[in-house]
Design a protein around this ligand. Sequence first.
Ligand code: PMP
Length: 293
Amino acid sequence: MKVWLDGQLLPVDQAGVSPLAHGLHYGTGVFEGIRAYATPEGPAIFRLRDHLDRMARGCSIIALPFDPAVAERACLEVLEANGLEDAYLRPLAFFETGGLGLDVHNLKPRLLVAALPWKSHLGEAGAKGVALLSSAWRRNSRHALPPLKLCGGYVNSILAKREATGLGYDEALFLDRQGRVVEATGENLFIVKGGKVTANEHPDALPGITRDSVIALTGAVRKGLTRKEVLDADEVFLTGTSAEVAAVARLDQHPFGANPITRALQARYAAAVRGGDPTREGWLTRLRPALAR
Ligand code: PMP
């Protein structure tokens, strides 16, 4: 496997990073999770610029230098270099050497992009329906850590994920102190009730790009949901780059039934990401023409 590191494509075991990297010690980095899909016209990256714009917002909040145009080129080159079609792209910008103080001025910024063969982080559960646990952990408050893909912030997701998997669930759902739904550890939440699709809205949740795509595909309304409204729903599903559109089979002890609307949406989403929906061509960055530019 080759990775792209600051302008060079290197075998992963030759891509060296200092053990004193600031990002390793304090989580001072920003990452993205992006998918590339095989299409009949070759690989295409889904909503590449939207992911890199979100990454730029995360970098700016910790004063980490980041150029989305450079990262875009890196994503294309590393996908090509690894000969992958269905892939997960992982750009990571982080502070490396220059000191271990908490003032980030004068630290060396680094940019890594890896391309991994595709594997869903919800695994089998993504296909058979997710067992979702209402977590006892609270989501990072936006007043403490903004909902962007800041590396250190993900320890919060890992705590909730560990709790859920330890109890035999697949995924955890964060609720706030008022019982309102925030998001899952790596996905946003939707419900379907009486045929109407609603996208949960919460200011502590990451503004998901899959969520935005699903709102565009379904005309879903955005609304803050309570746990009770989720339990009363006909169907519940999670959205994320990795999970795509994943049906929830149960929330805590409460099972949900068949998921006809979720299933139809999964097919529409799959068509959009794989170049089968001409009205969504604008969401795709096709590898070969983009590399030739
Ligand atoms: N919430 C969190 C906490 C996430 O990590 C992710 C994955 N990036 C999402 C939601 C879904 O976002 P997206 O659809 O942009 O992948």
